[in-house]
Design a protein around this ligand. Structure first.
Ligand SMILES: *Cc1c(COP(=O)(O)O)cnc(C)c1O
Length: 382
């Protein structure tokens, strides 16, 4: 660390130097990220609210109320406005919260959680932190969890079942209604990871797409992860964890005596936490309305359909599965996914590759011209 402070202009110059290496959303080159450029209005609100600390609710009752209203608005998207939860740092923390609650509610000696093989790696982290055994279940030909196998995997140690509404790799929705039945029949906690899909599926349904039930309308669903900082257009960090019953949160709550706002209970993992995130989410939901998000999702789906049509005509590339939402899995007949992704990266495209495919996430910063250019590079390089 330097002893004398630098001038602001020197600091800014240095920052510019470092940050010019980064990809930018407006270049249209980021095709493999679930995040996007946050909405301009939400940025403004975020900066205004930068000093709000939801870790000391007594000092910031207004911010607290906005967080609860944001949760309620998100709950209404998920068929339950009277839900409880928090705006957290992201899907990882939300999934960790859900697993923490499920483990504590069940009070088993050797807790096990049943997850699809397609589950996000945040469940591996949660299992490691919470001392859970993860039981991974294989997928069917549509890349959804095999529900019969889920049922067979239940034993006396099972504390939760996880279903995914929009898998990270392919955007696939598991048969959540079947998982809900299984969970109810066995008295087991069901968590739905709609980190990505939560801000897509309800609007697709509005637009007339055939969307399976995945939310609190299914009686077995106990909690849902839904990320405003993905398709919700909110600034990072903004995740959401919603619980069917506010009593669940008591299983992880502790009393905090010394805060300046007076004695409180806290049910979050973090202590000091960003009020700006929650307030920006509130403002954005109010400003966009359901209709605003419908427009965003429609644009992303229309572009996704451009890709699908083009790939179906190609002799060099094919779809892994017909996309459920704005995530497309592609592969080449001649190259393995890593090779293909490398070639595309050399042309400046930020693309992620899995063992089986390259993945495109058609986020709001992606424009038609970017897709046309990408498809032409893809056809040439594959
Ligand atoms: C993105 C994602 C996560 C993790 O969310 P972060 O905000 O990156 O922590 C978890 N589950 C699914 C299905 C995701 O797509």
């Amino acid at each position: 660390m330097n002893y004398e402070g630098l001038s602001k202009s020197d600091v800014l110059r240095l920052l510019k130097e470092y940050l010019k290496e980064d990809f930018t959303y407006d270049s249209g080159r980021i095709l493999g990220s679930m995040c996007t450029s946050p909405h301009a209005f939400a940025r403004r609100i975020f900066i205004k609210a930068i000093d709000k600390n939801l870790g000391d609710a007594g000092l910031f009752p207004g911010a607290m109320k906005l967080e609860q209203e944001a949760i309620s608005m998100i709950g209404s998207l998920l068929s339950k406005p009277d839900t409880s939860g928090y705006i957290v740092s992201g899907g990882t923390e939300a999934n960790l919260m859900a697993m923490w609650v499920a483990r504590n509610l069940a009070e088993k000696d050797r807790p096990e959680v049943i997850v699809p093989e397609s589950a996000h790696f945040s469940f591996d982290k949660a299992a490691n932190l919470l001392g859970l055994k993860l039981v991974k279940i294989g997928l069917n030909e549509n890349y959804q969890v095999r529900t019969k196998a889920v049922e067979r995997a239940i034993n006396k140690n099972t504390v939760a079942i996880v279903g995914i509404a929009g898998s990270t790799e392919l955007g696939v929705v598991d048969p959540i209604s079947e998982l809900s039945e299984i969970a109810l029949n066995n008295g087991i906690y069901l968590h739905v990871d709609a980190s990505f899909g939560g801000f897509v599926l309800p609007f697709m349904k509005d637009l007339g797409y055939n969307v399976p039930d995945f939310d609190f309308s299914l009686k077995g669903v106990c909690s849902i992860t839904i990320d405003p900082h993905k398709m919700g257009l909110a600034p990072i960090p903004a995740g959401g964890i919603l619980f069917r019953d506010k009593e669940y949160i008591k299983s992880v709550s502790i009393k905090v005596p010394y805060l300046s706002g007076g004695e409180q209970t806290q049910g979050t993992i973090l202590g000091t936490r960003s009020g700006a995130s929650a307030i920006a989410v509130w403002a954005l939901l109010k400003y966009m309305g359901r209709k605003g998000y419908q427009r965003v999702v429609k644009r992303c789906m229309d572009l996704t359909n451009v890709i699908v049509k083009r790939v179906k005509r190609s002799k060099k590339i094919y779809l892994i599965t017909n996309p459920t939402m704005n995530i497309v899995g592609l592969s080449s007949y001649s190259l393995d996914p890593k090779q293909l992704a490398d070639r595309l990266r050399k042309r400046g495209w930020a693309i992620s590759a899995t063992r089986t495919h390259i993945r495109l996430v058609i986020m709001p910063h992606v424009k038609r011209k970017h897709i046309i250019e990408f498809l032409s590079d893809l056809e040439e390089l594959a």
